[in-house]
Design a protein around this ligand. Structure first.
Ligand code: DOR
Ligand code: ZN
Length: 364
């Protein structure tokens, strides 16, 4: 069995900075023709000069004939509209990302809700600038929300009001994990896209405490090896089996109705081992080296492997109007076993050290 992907695109990646950027960006550049980099670096990208510095930093490692890095601003009341206007006209960025304050890595500068940024959202709506949403409510009225319920609460409490006030704002629901988010995406599919990570399609919350063993067709949970699995801790957290089913059903719905609502965004999030494997370890699943293989495992399991091309190459590139400007890259996915490396700069991907059933090869 073999699948051809022409110009696969990662609509949600963490490129990082410094030595980490240099080390890990090549994995995303290898599998994808382009990727949208998130702005939660330090300090967060909230000004044009900072965006330009970051672009310069990233571009020194990029062969632009082979890979198109794309950039985002961090949604903040401090964003300057004139700067945004200028940067948008010059195609320097492709969206502005909302982070819930205190909800995840480098989200200290985020907001709780959209009240303080209404003027920016209104500007974005007028210009057609997409809002990218990390859809979680870490707290409501000063009360911490249960970690597994933060996404569902967010869609109930924040999003209806947002689309009511901004009915023409283009929105991407990032890394959705729940039935509530799926339903929201379907209900507002005129103005909304949603990205899905490989980990949220493949694993449910049992994988936070039990070992995933790769098998010939996909994987099983090995309960003989249980304990805390830091490599599977990310925000939003892995959810209940029923939620994984909802994501999978959303894709089946998309295939059945020929829709383009749900697309690829890995949220690949490398953390150095000393930040990840410690008390209060950082959230993020690192998937870049085998991202397409992981998606292939999930799509194969769902029985929609032929849909992977639309999901990876059409939905989000069309939304960001880059479908025809991505550099040429053809990837063939074959159902051939592959040994996953034990670690990359100290970080483990899912199935580290195991044999997985799919292999991606860049052919052109
Ligand atoms: O797990 C996560 N890691 N979720 C995020 O929202 C941020 C990301 C990161 O930057 O590490
Ligand atoms: Zn992310």
């Amino acid at each position: 069995m073999s699948i051809k992907l022409i110009n696969p695109f990662d609509a949600h990646a963490h490129f990082r900075q410094g030595e980490t950027l240099k080390n890990i960006l090549p994995y995303t550049m290898n599998q994808f023709s382009g990727a949208l980099g998130m702005p939660n670096i330090t300090p967060a990208i909230t000004s044009l000069i900072h965006l330009q510095d970051y672009m310069d930093e990233v571009l020194q490692y990029v062969d632009e004939d082979r890979f198109m890095p794309m950039f985002t601003f961090y949604l903040s009341p401090d964003l300057n509209l004139e700067e945004l206007e200028k940067a948008w006209e010059n195609l320097l960025f492709h969206g502005i990302k909302y982070y819930p304050k205190g909800g995840t890595t480098n989200s200290e500068n985020g907001e709780l809700g959209f009240e303080n940024v209404a003027h920016i959202l209104s500007f974005m709506q007028n210009r057609g600038i997409p809002l990218l949403v990390h859809g979680e409510c870490p707290e409501i009225d000063g009360e911490l929300v249960d970690d597994f319920e933060r996404e569902a609460r967010f869609y109930e409490y924040e999003m209806d009001a947002l689309v009511k006030h901004f009915p023409h704002l283009k929105i991407v629901l990032e890394h959705i994990t729940t039935r509530e988010a799926v339903n929201f995406a379907k209900a507002y599919s005129k103005q909304v896209k949603a990205t899905i990570t490989p980990q949220h399609l493949l694993f449910d919350r049992r994988s936070l405490f039990n070992y995933n063993e790769a098998t010939e067709s996909s994987y099983t949970l090995n309960t003989k090896k249980s304990g805390i699995m830091p490599d599977f801790v990310c925000r939003p957290l892995l959810k209940h089996q029923k939620d994984v089913e909802s994501l999978r059903n959303a894709l089946i719905w998309q295939v059945k109705h020929g829709k383009k609502v749900f697309g690829l965004g890995t949220d690949t999030a490398y953390h150095a081992p000393e930040k990840k494997y410690c008390e209060c370890g950082a959230c993020g699943v690192f998937t870049a080296p085998i991202a397409l293989e992981l998606y292939a495992m999930a799509f194969d399991q769902i029985g929609i492997i032929n849909h992977l091309s639309v999901f990876a190459c059409d939905v989000m590139p069309e939304f960001y109007s880059v479908k025809n400007s991505l550099p040429a890259k053809t990837v063939i996915l074959k159902k051939e076993p592959q040994q996953v490396k034990e670690s990359y700069y100290g970080a483990k991907t899912p199935f580290a050290g195991q044999v997985i059933p799919w292999t991606a090869t860049v052919v052109d």
